[in-house]
Ligand binder design. Structure first.
Ligand code: SF4
Length: 234
C-alpha cells in the first residue's frame, strides 16, 4: 500500500530523531565568528569542500574585517585568498557586490530576513536559508546536494529541483525542526549515505529507509527514483 503523507511525515520525524540521537554534535562545519563571516563562508562553500573553505577564510577574514572593507575592495583583491576554491572569481565578485549592498542598504549589518538576504547579489535561496538557520533568524530547510540525495533515497521527495525538494521536506516536519533536520541530513550524507556508495550496513535509519534493502538484493541504492517505484512516491 502506498505510504500516506501522514505516514511519511511520521517516518520523517523518526528519521530525524534517530539521526539526532546518533549525531548530537551535528553542526555547520564552516568556521566563522560574525554574521558577515558566516555569509562569506557560505558563499565560498558552493561547489567547494568546507575544509578547503576553512583553510582559506582565516587570511581572508583578517584582510577584510567588515563589510566596509569588502565594499571598498575590488573583486581581484580577494583572489589571492580564495583562488584555491572553485569559481573564485565569481564568488569574489559576488561577495564585494553583496558587501556594497549591505553597507548601502543595511548599515553594514547582514540582514536577517530571507527576502533581504536573497536580494543581495550572489545570494541564492540555499545560501539565504543556511545563513538564516545559523543566525537563528528564521526557519529554513536549505537543500544542498546531500539533503537532496537523502530526500530521494528516503523517498521524502521524488524531485530533482532543490526548491521542490525543499517544499516536500518542509511539508513533512514542523518549521522549528527544519534547520536541525537540514544539518543532520548533511552530516549523514557526508559520513554514511555517500553519493557513490552509501554505507547502509552502518546506517542508523536503515530500518526506516526504503532503499536500505537494495544492497542485499545485489542492487546499489540510487539517488534517482526508479521508474517502477514512481507511483508510490509523493
Ligand atoms: S539505508 Fe542506505 S540509502 Fe538509506 S539513508 Fe541509510 S545509507 Fe542512505
Amino acid at each position: 500500500m502506498a505510504e500516506t503523507q501522514d505516514d511519511r511525515s511520521a517516518r520523517a520525524a523518526r528519521v530525524i530523531d534517530r539521526l539526532e540521537q546518533a549525531m548530537p554534535d551535528a553542526r555547520i562545519e564552516l568556521d566563522f565568528r560574525t554574521d558577515l563571516e558566516l555569509l562569506v563562508a557560505v558563499v565560498l562553500s558552493a561547489q567547494a569542500r568546507d575544509v578547503r573553505v576553512n583553510q582559506a577564510t582565516p587570511a581572508l577574514f583578517a584582510a577584510f574585517p567588515d563589510a566596509d572593507a569588502y565594499a571598498a575592495a575590488r573583486p581581484e583583491d580577494l583572489w589571492p585568498h580564495v583562488r584555491t576554491l572553485g569559481l573564485f572569481r565569481n564568488k569574489a565578485k559576488g561577495i564585494v557586490a553583496a558587501a556594497r549592498a549591505i553597507v548601502e542598504q543595511h548599515g553594514g549589518r547582514v540582514p536577517r530576513t530571507r527576502e533581504a538576504l536573497e536580494a543581495l547579489p550572489g545570494v541564492g535561496r540555499k545560501t539565504a536559508g543556511v545563513v538564516l538557520v545559523h543566525l537563528g533568524a528564521g526557519n529554513a530547510f536549505p537543500v544542498d546536494t546531500h539533503v537532496g540525495r537523502l530526500a530521494r533515497r528516503l523517498r521524502f521527495s521524488r524531485q530533482e529541483d532543490p526548491d521542490r525538494v525543499e517544499r516536500d521536506l518542509s511539508a513533512l516536519l514542523p518549521p522549528e525542526r527544519w534547520g536541525k533536520a537540514h544539518q543532520l541530513l548533511v552530516w549523514h550524507g557526508r559520513r554514511v549515505c555517500h553519493a557513490r556508495k552509501p554505507d547502509c550496513a552502518a546506517c542508523v535509519v536503515a530500518q526506516l529507509c526504503p532503499e536500505a534493502t537494495a544492497p542485499t538484493r545485489g542492487a546499489r541504492p540510487s539517488s534517482r527514483p526508479r521508474a517502477s517505484r514512481r507511483r508510490a512516491r509523493p
